[in-house]
Design a protein around this ligand. Structure first.
Ligand code: F6P
Length: 253
């Protein structure tokens, strides 16, 4: 907190809460674009927030990505009677940063249980539909829909599409539709409007309306545009970001 005062981050947090319309904004010093250690600080801040809010009986849905992947290692060993589930099925990420992997690590730290969604990416819509009918998958999907805490990352639209090995054709489509942000399988334009959706199962955007605590974690100057777009959907209650993104966001708001 001393460092925050020194950098006037408290003041910026308040300004962003007003400008973005998010109840609570937490900023960690530094820019994760320039210094990878700052990403770990985001994980530490997120772990603190989670510990403050987590209760027995909670169902926590988490998404993948390198930022969310830093949360479990920053959680102490707890004994919470919680269930951790992935927000969406596979989205073309490497195993280390897939939601399923993070779910298992997070549940271990929290002392709770977890369920994974074993659905490969890039299935045909028909195959996806068939798979969704499977009772075991249905069970996981039901748990996901009952989640009362969602922790999700935010990415730059084109960067995420490339990381997932999206086809040239889809990349062009995203460019045409001026997608700037990606979160839980959805691509958004600068005003927070959905312009494209990944072929994956799990949380739908409308499910977010019923989730009482949604925590977004994303930092780095380059993500400011994406964060602003996601904030425009007015679904997040807490944003954990870094100084690099925050200063850029102030310029955009
Ligand atoms: O693919 C999962 C995901 O959470 C995306 O929804 C998001 O855009 C991305 O990861 C963020 O990844 P990173 O934290 O590595 O920037």
């Amino acid at each position: 907190d001393y460092v925050k005062e020194l950098l006037d981050l408290k003041n910026i947090e308040e300004q962003l809460e007003i400008n973005l319309g998010i109840g609570q904004v937490n900023i960690v010093p530094g820019d994760s674009n320039e210094n990878p250690l700052v990403k770990k600080e985001l994980g530490k801040a997120a772990a603190k927030v989670l510990q403050r809010f987590v209760n027995d009986g909670d169902i926590i849905a988490v998404t993948g990505g390198t930022t969310i992947a830093t949360i479990p290692e920053n959680l102490p060993k707890l004994s919470k009677n919680v269930l951790v589930v992935p927000g969406r099925g596979a989205l073309g990420e490497k195993v280390e940063i897939q939601a399923n992997t993070i779910v298992a690590a997070m549940a271990t730290q929290l002392g709770g249980n977890y369920k994974m969604l074993h659905v490969p990416e890039n299935l045909s819509p028909e195959a996806m539909e068939k798979l969704t009918e499977d009772p075991k998958i249905q069970e996981v999907l039901e748990a996901i829909r009952k989640a009362n805490i969602l922790i999700h990352g935010i990415g730059d639209a084109l960067e995420m599409a490339k990381r997932r090995g999206t086809s040239e054709e889809n990349l062009r489509l995203l460019e045409e539709k001026e997608a700037v942000a990606e979160a839980f399988g959805y691509y958004f334009d600068k005003d927070g409007k959905i312009v494209h959706q990944s072929n994956s199962i799990g949380l739908k955007l409308e499910d977010l309306e019923k989730i009482p605590l949604i925590i977004a974690i994303a930092g780095g100057k380059d993500k400011a545009k994406a964060i602003k777009s996601i904030a425009a959907s007015k679904k997040q209650h807490i944003l954990i970001t870094d100084e690099g993104a925050a200063l850029e966001l102030l310029k955009l708001c």
